[in-house]
Design a protein around this ligand. Structure first.
Ligand code: DC
Length: 233
């Protein structure tokens, strides 16, 4: 097999609001890779738990739901990842501040992480991917070709998330968004199961003072360089 025929995997981890999904999506499009938003998968589990009126912190209650869940995703004509829960398109329903908190709660449960692990790994086996999340470089794809830890200051991240929510008509204030984000940062980084942290071999990219285009360019250049190194070997 020629080296260039091998699949290539890029793992992007980092805190909420660092620009992971926008940057990962743009880099995947430029490289012709598939973009996998793993946070959306956790959000879909969170939505199922909410709809079944279970406590998202209760491992037993959440674990009991998992075998009955039919979660899948595909890609629209615009390349956007669409999430399906039991056959229903829930791509919009999972993008609320409430679902952020539900996703964060269920993602702390080892049963949920184990349930979703194979689904994520399978994607990266079948094609070249840019996959973003919290534990992609550390747990899901420990042998990823390139691992990036994408981060930014809390202020920069809260400002960006506020603009995103405002564009959708959400009336949250800066203080609310920043407080939610600080709490999620803390919860995601301090949980026992796959806490958010940079993999030892990850390249850290801090986007606090970068424009979106600069951030995309920085990550894209890292991918190109690593691909050239790998194919040159
Ligand atoms: O990236 P996001 O905000 O859509 O993620 C929602 C939540 O899911 C976040 O609080 C952490 C969790 N998550 C995770 O634990 N592991 C992942 N690979 C992706 C997301």
């Amino acid at each position: 097999m020629k080296l260039s025929e091998r699949v290539f995997s890029v793992a992007i981890d980092g805190p909420a609001g660092a620009g992971k999904s926008t940057i990962a999506k743009a880099v995947a499009a430029r490289c012709g890779f598939v973009y996998v938003d793993t946070g959306a998968i956790y959000r879909t589990v969170g939505l199922a738990v909410r709809r079944e009126e279970r406590d998202p912190h209760d491992p037993g209650a959440v674990a009991a739901l998992l075998p009955g869940l039919d979660i899948s995703f595909d890609y629209g004509a615009d390349g956007a990842q669409r999430m399906h829960l039991n056959g229903e398109d829930v791509s919009a329903a999972i993008r609320t501040p409430e679902m952020s908190m539900y996703a964060s709660a269920v993602s702390a449960l080892p049963q949920v992480r184990a349930f979703l692990l194979e689904m994520q790994r399978d994607m990266a086996r079948r094609q070249s991917v840019v996959m973003d999340g919290r534990d992609i470089g550390t747990v899901v794809l420990p042998r990823a070709d390139l691992k990036i830890f994408l981060t930014a200051s809390l202020q920069a991240r809260a400002r960006r998330r506020l603009a995103e929510l405002a564009a959708k008509g959400d009336r949250s204030t800066y203080d609310e968004v920043a407080a939610d984000m600080a709490r999620r940062d803390h919860d995601d980084a301090s949980r026992a199961a796959a806490p958010l942290r940079a993999a030892e071999d990850a390249v850290t990219v801090d986007t606090s003072d970068m424009t979106l285009e600069e951030s995309i360019g920085a990550v894209y250049n890292l991918v190109r360089r690593r691909m050239a190194e790998r194919d040159g070997k």
